[in-house]
Unconditional design. Structure first.
Length: 115
């Protein structure tokens, strides 16, 4: 029984890790277009996580350096999405402590935002 539950939890961890990666990708795709903003990116990431039933904290979306609001044409922007393991897996939250899953996606801004 323990082996079965551990296997299910491990599969849930892989699902969560992939979900975080896809959420980061989806958010970055929203930001690289003309008029793409940090608010639109954050909205898409949260929408995707909500669709999958993922619990997240306040700082789920962050940027490493340049943001979509101020990126020039073809400038790289790195989006960082972080989700806690606790609350998203079957095992009790205290087993994971402060474990978080993070995904980074870097994409080039296709067009600079116009004022």
């Amino acid at each position: 029984m323990t082996l079965t539950l551990a296997t299910i939890d491990l599969c849930s961890m892989f699902f969560l890790k992939e979900t975080v990666a896809i959420a980061a990708y989806e958010g970055a795709r929203r930001g690289v277009n003309r008029g793409g903003t940090n608010a639109a990116v954050r909205s898409r990431v949260l929408e995707f996580l909500d669709e999958r039933g993922i619990e997240y904290g306040a700082n789920v979306v962050q940027f490493d350096g340049t943001t979509f609001d101020n990126a020039e044409t073809l400038e790289h922007v790195t989006l960082v999405v972080t989700v806690p393991a606790a609350g998203n897996l079957l095992s009790p939250a205290k087993l994971y402590g402060d474990l978080s899953l993070t995904s980074r996606v870097s994409m080039r801004k296709e067009f600079a935002n116009q004022d």
